[in-house]
Structures are given as C-alpha cells and as structure tokens.
Design a binder for this molecule. Structure first.
Ligand code: ADP
Length: 381
C-alpha cells in the first residue's frame, strides 16, 4: 500500500518533426488506500497517464512518486503495481489457476504451496473457486474479468491500475461489477487509479474523481463536488446524465438576456459581474421545474417535444420558441408524467439552483446553492 503522487507531469509524443502533448502539467495525489477515477472523453490523456504510472511510458517532465519514492526511472517490472485492462489479457492456453499464479511464480520467492493457497483464497473471494481448472475460452466475459481482477489481487500490489476494465461487459453485469469492485477495493484498501470515459462509473465508484480534457486536469474532487460545484463549463457538461442545460446570454442591467428569455438576477448573483459581459446560465434537469402554478418571473413558456418515461423519472425534452430545430433543453420530473408532446408548459429555473459561467473562458462564476433542495414539481401549469 502506498500514497501515489503525480507531480506536474507532462507527456509529449515526438515523432520526427511532429509532436503531440498528450498530458500537460497534471498534478494529483492519491492518498494511501484511496480510489481515484480518471475520467474524460476519448483522447484526453487518461491511458497515457495510467501508462506513465505503470512505467510503460516515459515521463517527459515532472515526477511520479510512490510511497514518497520517485519512480520515474524504475522499470515497470520493479514497480509494485498491478494493472487490469479492458481486454482482460489472460493467457488462453493456461487454466484460471495458472493465469492467477503465473505472476506470483515469476516475481516472488513464495513456495508452491503458499502460492496455491493465495490463489485459492483470492478465487474464493472473487467467487471463481469452481472455475480454477477451466481455460479462459470456457468462461463468460464477466467470469474472465473476475479472473483478470483476481490475478491482479493475488500479487498484493501497492497500487492497482485499471483501464476501462468493465467496458466489455453488458449493462447489467457492468452495474453489478461496479458495486463489487468498489466493495473489493474498500476491503483490500489498496490505492487504486481507475480510468474510464463513463461519467456514471466515475460518479459511482471513486472516492475522488479527476476530470481531464485535452490533456489538462479540469478538476479533482469528490463526485458530488464535481457535480454540484464544477470548476468550469467542461466539467459541468461532462458530469451528469442527462447533462446540465446551458443558455448563452449577456448581462444587461439586472437581467441575463438570452435569445429565449430574460432572467432576473438578484443582487447577490450579480455581485461580481460586469454589465455587458457574456455569461452562460446552467441548470441541471432535476432542478428546473415544470408547471409550477405559482407566478414567477423566472418561469418561461416552452413546448414539450418528447416525454421519456423511465419509471423512476421522466426525461422531458423541451424547446423555447425560436430555438433551432436540433436545439432543446431537458427537465426531469418524478412520478407519472403529467405532460405530453405538444403541450405548452411553464418552466421555472429557481435562482438558488442556477450556475453562471464566464461566456469567454468557461470558468464557473457562481455555482448552485448547496442548501437548496428544491420543491416537488407541481401538478400542471
Ligand atoms: P485516452 O486514454 O483519454 O483516450 P490517450 O492517453 O490514449 O487518451 O491519448 C491522449 C492523446 O495522445 C491522444 O491525442 C492520442 O492520439 C495521443 N497518443 C497516445 N499515444 C500516442 C503515441 N504512442 N504516439 C503519439 N500520440 C499518442
């Protein structure tokens, strides 16, 4: 077990005249036993970061430390790190037992019987003890993934590195394995870095998440910090499904004027803003309210395009008059849907729930009030 520190690390791939900066000045620490999820869209530098931690990729600038020791020049074999990949990477001709014991036989002085015991204990923990004599080809995807995890666990490493390990599984199994992995990580208490492009995995699994975009770290925080207090537009739009709604506007006197509505901003919200500045108003789908019977000057008329009843919630797609055909915003409500496509409804954006971003750089200016819990959706407009 060990604390992992990634200290201003940059990775530049050079080939001839051209160069790609895959990771730029990333700084993040993972305390001993913590679970960090690296999340971001494809190509943002997640795998490169993980591969540098593993020792599979050279570090161009900066330092990576494990348990206080700089490991930049330590070879992959000598780092006490176990990696789990999306592709499982099991040896097809070896049994589950030999797949799991192979690493230990190569890297430790343990006796055969001690290795056999460790493998059996781990297999029991992973629920694969009945599969030890099978070959990978005789296992389902979920079972193979358990073997790959088991193989990493038997090595009792300082750090687990996981690169999209669940993405080959079907949705139901993925959800099950998400919980199982999280539980396992807590039990084993091994420092873990987990890479995914899936914000649901990031939200549900990590103690903390590090959001990357174009090689740069956008935010490190608990899942709820990133959800409710995003640093910028990128984090706000990437975290959360359905995504936060955004409306471009300009501050004119005491209102945010957009193409579709004029949103009165209280003195408190306007405090640090300059008149005439470009702003983006953000609101999460669950915070907007449809059909609040109360009169409000933060309530605007919109047309319902589509209602998706999900059972636990309804995802309602709406448009303000004048929006482009492919533009829309989304409100979620609970219970049985009480609006249908074609209805004209009032939609309120309660001020404590709104976010304001700088229209030029995208930095957050005001995040939602965390004490605001909203009120239930009213019955109908
Ligand atoms: P992610 O894992 O987030 O999808 P990667 O870390 O694989 O992203 O890639 C980050 C960036 O680095 C991408 O622009 C990718 O094209 C580039 N890249 C990755 N590996 C190499 C390489 N070996 N040579 C050149 N560019 C690379």
């Amino acid at each position: 077990m060990a604390r992992l520190e990634i200290d201003d690390v940059t990775k530049e791939y050079r080939s001839g005249e051209s160069s790609v900066v895959a990771v730029q000045d990333i700084a993040v620490e993972v305390p001993d036993g913590d679970f960090l999820v690296l999340v971001g869209p494809s190509g943002c530098g997640k795998s490169t970061t993980l591969r540098m931690i593993a020792g599979l990729e050279e570090i161009t600038e900066g330092e990576i430390r494990l348990g206080g020791r700089t490991i930049n020049d330590v070879s992959a074999q000598e780092r006490d790190i176990a990696m789990v990949f999306q592709s499982y990477a099991l040896y097809p001709h070896k049994t589950v037992r030999s797949n799991m014991s192979f690493g230990l036989e190569e890297s430790t002085e343990l006796s055969d019987s001690a290795i056999a015991e460790t493998v059996e204990e781990t297999a029991a923990m992973m629920g694969i003890e009945d599969l030890l004599d099978r070959k990978p080809g005789e296992l389902s995807g979920g079972q193979q993934q358990r073997v790959a995890l088991g193989r990493a666990i038997v090595r009792d490493p300082d750090v687990f590195l996981m690169d999209e390990p669940l993405s080959n599984l079907d949705a139901k199994l993925r959800a099950e394995m998400r919980t199982e992995l999280q539980h396992l990580q807590e039990q084993l208490d091994v420092t873990t870095v987990y890479v995914t492009h899936d914000q649901t995995e990031a939200m549900t699994m990590g103690d903390r998440i590090a959001v990357l975009d174009e090689g740069e770290l956008q935010q490190v925080g608990t899942p709820l910090e990133c959800y409710h207090e995003p640093n910028n537009l990128f984090v706000a739009s990437f975290i959360g499904e359905p995504s936060m709604n955004f409306f471009d506007g300009t501050l004119e006197n005491d209102a945010l004027v957009t193409d579709y509505f004029e949103y009165p901003l209280s003195q408190e919200s306007r405090r640090d803003l300059e008149s005439g500045g470009d702003l983006v108003l953000g609101i999460r789908p669950e915070d907007a309210r449809i059909g609040d019977a109360q009169q409000s000057d933060r309530r605007f008329e919109a047309e319902v395009l589509v209602v998706e009843p999900m059972g636990n919630e309804n995802i309602i797609h709406l448009q303000f008059d004048g929006m482009a055909v492919d533009d829309e915003f989304v409100v979620t409500t609970e219970g049985v849907p009480n609006v249908s496509a074609g209805d004209r409804v009032g939609v309120e954006f309660p001020e404590p729930a709104i976010h304001l971003f700088d229209g030029a750089g995208g930095d957050a200016i005001k995040n939602r009030d965390l004490s605001f819990t909203g009120t239930p959706d009213a019955v109908l407009p």
